[in-house]
Design a protein around this ligand. Structure first.
Ligand code: DI6
Ligand code: FE
Length: 408
């Protein structure tokens, strides 16, 4: 073990939102936190810190706020190009169909992704990841889904893996070959799904994939096609998640729940049946206020019913060039409250403990001994301030695996 991995750092006199069970927010007024290597060794009230505590470094935070490192549980961070021109065209009156016929929309992103070099896919994704990280994000889920061919899907997943090797952030990768139908399979969605099913084993054996996702909707893939992909995921021991009930109710959430899905995401059109199925399987509802906002949706996900059923809710950016070019998970806290009517504490649990659960990760999202030492220090007195304000995210310091980022 290297010296760095066993170094002990003590952080004192912080306001702590631990999200541990018990008090609301897991709140500790004058708290302390000891890291040992990449883990939390001690978390509690400053006055309870054992007198014999030794550390290699000690910081007095003078009342600054500490929260767990944020987890962005749903992004499409790897792609070529952008769609700002399309955004402008639409505001000048062009319809989505006209843009699509002219080669725009998701197909333009697929073309730009295929044309991009490995290095440029990595660099553009790294730039986006750093923006998320500057606001306290320490774990990012990254989906493929703009390659839509075996080689290009693999290149996108490999770029996501490289992020975790080269940046101080943890990355979970998700194979989303069933995102859209690529042009070479026009009119042959079943043949495309057969192909995508065939790519999974190779992605798995190359260590490129942690989970499998699909877009189950009228403009995506059918429940039967989704089911075939999930059967292969199960055979390979990969957990599944689903873009479900975003634009219509396909009963996708219940399908995913039958497969023990980690999460169902979007969920604007989720039915009571879907909620019951998710509750029974312990599936997390990942709500995506950025896409809701940018697509100017009017149908809200059934937040009150999810709350009543006790289905855990997570919040993510859904960063992608088409429906959510958002790069601020802190802004999503505000949107989750103003647009979706979550409470500030629900929104915060949605980017910490419940987001970790949506990725099947039990070692983060709560500040408690034994968990990863991933946390963020904020210039705020209480996390509710960060859900309240928008356009300003006062992250003073990010600590990843026990190591503080260099001062900015
Ligand atoms: N749902 C979405 O909102 C995005 N993908 C998905 O499954 C849209 C992706 C794009 O337009 O590029
Ligand atoms: Fe998405």
């Amino acid at each position: 073990m290297t010296a760095a991995s066993t170094s002990r750092r003590l952080w004192r006199h912080a306001r702590l939102a631990t999200f541990a069970p018990g008090a609301p927010w897991g709140w500790i007024d004058d708290g302390a936190l000891l890291t040992e290597g990449d883990r939390l060794a001690w978390v509690g009230a400053d006055r309870d810190l054992p007198a014999a505590t030794q550390a290699d470094a000690e910081t007095d935070l003078q009342g600054a706020l500490i929260t767990p490192g944020l987890v962005d549980a749903h992004t499409h961070l790897v792609y070529g190009g952008d769609r700002a021109g399309e955004f402008e065209q639409r505001l000048q009156g062009a319809t989505y169909e006209e843009i699509a016929r002219a080669g725009g929309g998701i197909r333009s992103t697929v073309a730009a992704t295929r044309a991009a070099s490995d290095q440029s896919l990595f660099e553009t994704a790294a730039r986006r990841a750093r923006i998320l990280m500057a606001e306290g994000v320490t774990t990012i889920e990254v989906k493929s889904g703009y390659g839509l061919a075996e080689e290009h899907e693999a290149r996108c997943l490999a770029a996501a893996r490289r992020l975790a090797r080269e940046l101080p952030v943890d990355v979970r990768t998700t194979s989303l070959a069933a995102h859209a139908l690529p042009p070479e399979y026009a009119g042959r969605p079943d043949a495309y799904i057969d192909a995508a099913v065939g790519w999974l084993a190779g992605q798995r054996s190359r260590g490129l994939v942690d989970a499998v996702d699909a877009f189950c909707d009228t403009i995506g893939f059918t429940p039967a096609q989704t089911e075939r992909l999930f059967a292969e995921a199960k055979r390979l021991g990969l957990p599944v998640k689903l873009h479900a009930e975003q634009l219509s109710d396909q009963d996708g959430a219940a399908l995913a729940a039958r497969h023990g899905a980690l999460s169902c995401d979007h969920l604007e059109h989720l039915s009571p049946r879907g909620i019951a199925a998710m509750k029974a399987s312990g599936t997390v509802a990942v709500l995506l206020p950025g896409a809701f906002y940018f697509l100017r949706e009017t149908k809200l996900p059934p937040v009150a019913a999810l709350r009543e059923a006790g289905v855990p809710m997570a919040i993510a950016t859904d960063h992608n060039p088409g429906s959510s070019p958002a790069l601020s998970l802190v802004l999503m806290l505000n949107m989750a409250c103003t647009l979706l009517r979550l409470t500030p504490e629900e929104a915060w649990r949605g980017v910490t403990v419940h987001a970790a659960r949506a990725l099947g990760l039990a070692d983060r999202g709560v500040l408690q001994p034994g968990h990863r030492a991933d946390f963020a220090v904020w210039d705020a007195e209480h996390p509710r301030e960060l859900a309240y304000r928008f356009g300003h995210s006062p992250c003073l310091q990010r600590v990843f695996a026990g190591r503080p980022d260099p001062a900015r």
